[in-house]
Design a protein around this ligand. Structure first.
Ligand code: SF4
Length: 506
C-alpha cells in the first residue's frame, strides 16, 4: 500500500472543512424538507423555510451556512499498517488543514477558537487547534470524519450519571427542555450510553456523525433494544412541542442517534449531544492513492422553497421606532425590519458596562435611544458582500447586561437567538422593551437583508465591534413582548398539549 503523503492528508482536511461550511449533508436536507412539509406551527414553518432556503443559497454561493463556522472536530481511525510520507505529526497536519480551510480567501471562515480558555482567551486567528479523536484499528487506511460544531449547540451538551434502574427516556425528556432553543433545533440528538463519563460523551458526539435513517427505521421497525429506544425517543422528544428554534411545533429532532458501550455494574452514564440546524460533517477514507475528492451535490437535491419576505409579516421602520409601537407586538408575531440597527455582543456589552460604571460617556456615535441592537458576530465579507453570513448569537449571554442597557442607554429592542433567561425577561418587563428572535442556522439568508454596514465603535473587538447595519426586510419573530410574555415558554407548552402524547405541564 502506498504511503499517505503529507500534502494529500492536509489538503483533504482543508477541502473537507471548506466543503461542509456550505454543503449540508443531503440526508439532513431530505429530513428537513419532510419536517417543512408536515410542520403546522406558522412561526416554526417559517424558520424551517429560512433554514432550507439558506442551505440552498450556501450550496449555490459557497458561503457558510452559519456565521459560527464551528470548532473543528476530527475523528481519525488509523490503520495499524498505514505508512506515512511526512515530516509532521498527525496533529500538526490536521491543524494545517484546518488553518488552510478557515483562512481560504474566497470563503474565509470565522475563527472562533480561543487559546488560554481560563485566562486571556485569545483568538488563535485561524480556528486551530482542532479537537482530534484517535482510534488505532486493523488495516492500511485512514478513516476520517471532519465536523464543524457550533458553540450554541456544544454549550447545551449534557452528561447524566444515572442509577442503573433509572429510565433513560425519562432523563432525556427532562433534560431536553432545559436546553432551551440555543442549540438551534431542528437537529439531531446523539446519545452515548454506557462506558465511563468521558466515553459516554464521546460516543454521543460520534453518534451524530452517522447517517440520518429515522424514516427507514420507522418503516422497517426496530430489530434491537437500541432501535426501540431511538424510536421511542424520536416520538417523545418531538412530542415535547419545542419545535424549530423553540417556537413551538412538530419537529424538534429529525433523528436520535445512539451508541453504546459496556459499563460498570453500578453505573449508567448517558451523554447527550445536540446537533443544531448547521449540521456539518463529512466522512472520507484515505488509502495513499491521493487526496480525498468531494462530490458536489446537485442543487436539485434541495427543495424549491425559496423563502421570501411575505405580506403576512408586519413591516417595521426601525428609524421611527417607539415604545408605543413595540408595545403592540405579540409573542410569535413575525416582523420584517427595515432601517438602521446597531450591533453588539458579549465584549461590546462589557465595554459599555465598564464605561458607564466608571462614569465615562459612550464613544461618539454610540446612541441607543429608541434603537434596536442585534447580537451578532458576522463572518468577514468577500467579493463585494456588504457583510458575510450574519445570523444571531445566543442572547442569554447578554442577560446580565440587559437591565443596564435598557435602563441607561435608551435601547428599546434586542434581536438575537433563542430564549432569554429570567434576568433578561425581568429587565424587559421592567422597561417595557421587546426581544426579537432571528433564525439561527439561516445566516447567509439573513445577511442578504443587510445592505450596508458602518463601523461605529470598539474597532479593536473585530467581529464583536459595534456596527450600524442598514437593513431591508430583516426577518424576526417577537419572542418576548413588552409585558414579558415569552414565546419560548408558552409555545412549547401549547404544542405539547396539541400533540397530546405527553402529560400536560402543570
Ligand atoms: S445553527 Fe445555531 S447552534 Fe448551530 S452553529 Fe449556527 S448559531 Fe450555532
Amino acid at each position: 500500500m502506498p504511503a499517505i503523503a503529507k500534502n494529500d492528508f492536509i489538503q483533504s482536511i482543508a477541502d473537507a472543512f471548506q466543503f461542509i461550511s456550505y454543503y449540508h449533508p443531503l440526508d439532513f436536507v431530505k429530513a428537513m424538507s419532510k419536517a417543512y412539509d408536515i410542520e403546522q406551527g406558522e412561526a416554526a414553518k417559517d424558520a424551517i423555510a429560512q433554514i432550507l432556503t439558506n442551505s440552498r443559497m450556501c450550496a449555490e454561493g459557497h458561503r457558510p451556512i452559519c456565521q459560527d463556522t464551528g470548532i473543528a472536530v476530527v475523528f481519525l481511525k488509523i490503520g495499524m499498517e498505514v505508512k506515512w510520507d511526512t515530516d509532521m505529526s498527525i496533529e500538526d497536519m490536521v491543524n494545517q488543514g484546518v488553518r488552510q480551510a478557515y483562512t481560504f480567501a474566497d470563503n474565509k471562515l470565522r475563527a472562533s477558537v480561543l487559546v488560554d480558555p481560563a485566562g486571556a482567551r485569545k483568538n488563535s486567528g485561524d480556528n486551530t487547534p482542532a479537537v482530534i479523536h484517535y482510534e488505532v484499528v486493523p488495516g492500511n487506511k485512514i478513516d476520517v470524519i471532519c465536523a464543524a460544531k457550533g458553540g450554541g449547540s456544544e454549550n447545551k451538551a449534557k452528561l447524566g450519571m444515572l442509577n442503573p434502574s433509572d429510565s433513560i427516556v425519562d432523563w432525556v425528556l427532562q433534560t431536553v427542555p432545559t436546553m432551551g432553543a440555543g442549540w438551534c433545533p431542528p437537529g439531531l440528538i446523539g446519545l452515548g450510553i454506557g462506558g465511563t463519563p468521558e466515553k459516554a460523551m464521546l460516543m454521543a458526539k460520534r453518534a451524530i456523525m452517522d447517517d440520518i435513517d429515522m424514516a427507514d427505521l420507522i418503516k422497517r421497525g426496530p430489530s434491537n433494544r437500541v432501535e426501540e429506544l431511538r424510536l421511542e425517543l424520536f416520538d417523545k422528544v418531538n412530542a415535547l412541542g419545542i419545535g424549530a428554534q423553540g417556537l413551538g411545533g412538530l419537529t424538534t429532532v429529525v433523528d436520535i442517534k445512539i451508541l453504546t458501550a459496556p459499563t460498570h455494574a453500578a453505573s449508567l452514564p448517558v451523554g447527550l449531544m445536540p446537533q443544531c440546524a448547521a449540521n456539518r460533517h463529512i466522512h472520507f477514507v484515505l488509502d495513499g492513492t491521493g487526496a480525498a475528492e468531494f462530490e458536489r451535490p446537485p442543487l436539485s437535491a434541495w427543495p424549491d422553497i425559496g423563502w421570501k419576505p411575505d405580506d403576512l409579516a408586519t413591516r417595521v421602520n426601525l428609524d421611527t421606532l417607539t415604545k408605543a409601537e413595540t408595545a403592540t407586538w405579540k409573542p410569535g408575531q413575525r416582523l420584517l425590519l427595515t432601517g438602521k440597527m446597531l450591533t453588539g455582543r458579549d465584549a461590546a456589552h462589557k465595554k459599555i458596562n465598564d464605561l458607564l460604571e466608571s462614569g465615562q460617556p459612550l464613544p461618539d456615535g454610540v446612541d441607543f435611544t429608541n434603537r434596536a441592537i442585534y447580537y451578532v458576530g458576522p463572518v468577514d465579507p468577500v467579493m463585494g458582500e456588504a457583510v458575510g453570513p450574519a445570523g444571531p448569537t445566543t442572547s442569554t449571554r447578554m442577560d446580565k447586561f440587559t437591565d443596564m442597557m435598557l435602563g441607561k442607554t435608551g435601547l428599546i429592542a434586542m434581536i438575537g437567538k433563542a430564549e432569554r433567561g429570567q434576568v433578561g425577561i425581568e429587565a424587559i418587563k421592567k422597561f417595557g422593551a421587546v426581544y426579537l428572535m432571528a433564525t439561527g442556522g439561516a445566516a447567509y439568508l439573513v445577511s442578504k437583508a443587510i445592505r450596508s454596514q458602518r463601523l461605529i465603535a470598539f474597532e479593536e473587538l473585530g467581529m464583536e465591534a459595534i456596527y450600524e447595519f442598514d437593513v431591508v426586510d430583516f426577518p424576526v419573530t417577537v419572542a418576548v413582548d413588552s409585558r414579558g410574555e415569552n414565546v419560548h415558554e408558552t409555545a412549547p407548552r401549547i404544542w405539547r398539549k396539541k400533540i397530546g402524547k405527553l402529560p400536560e405541564l402543570a
